[in-house]
Design a protein around this ligand. Structure first.
Ligand SMILES: [Zn+2]
Ligand SMILES: [Zn+2]
Length: 164
């Protein structure tokens, strides 16, 4: 998915708006336990600020993953903004900038890099997911098992210490 920015490169008055749907099915996100069955929506603009090309984008996507506590398959939404600058020649001042190659920006590549940065390290089906019983394997979100587990409450332990 290459974005043609030749008009922007010619004139610093030019601002290019874009709106795309990018298919990232072929990108391997398995390391992050995520895959994207639906295309990723990207919109934004590219402008030329005295020779520095600035890309601002908004990303909206849905991905499939598994809850890291109970192992259920879940679908999550991810929505974020990012900015990226591009320069023709790399200089020390512009160390966060990428070097332009030709008159295009590889939108898919930069979007995927930013998705990786935005993906949470831990996926949870819900904030208070109860997880799996360590003894019988029951998904405790669905039903309570009969296993006796010692629930360790740190605050309670502190109180107990006070009265001993
Ligand atoms: Zn869960
Ligand atoms: Zn159990």
């Amino acid at each position: 998915m290459l974005l043609d920015i030749s008009a922007v490169l010619k004139s610093s008055m030019e601002k290019l708006k874009f709106e795309n749907e990018i298919d990232v099915n072929d990108v391997d996100f398995s390391e992050f336990d995520a895959n994207f069955p639906e295309s990723v929506k990207v919109s934004g603009n590219v402008k030329n600020v005295v020779g520095v090309v600035e890309l601002s984008a908004h990303v909206d996507c849905t991905y499939a993953t598994t809850c890291s506590r109970c192992g259920e398959n879940i679908t999550k939404n991810l929505s974020f903004d990012f900015e990226q600058t591009y320069v023709k020649e790399q200089t020390a001042e512009a160390e966060d900038a990428l070097t332009l190659e030709g008159k295009t920006i590889d939108l898919k590549d930069i979007v995927c890099k930013n998705i990786v940065l935005e993906l949470p390290l831990k996926q949870l089906c819900k904030e208070d997911c109860k997880g799996i019983c360590q003894q019988c394997g029951t998904n405790l979100n669905h039903k309570q098992c009969d296993c006796k587990t010692e629930y360790f409450n740190p605050q309670f332990e502190i109180l107990k210490g006070l009265f001993d």
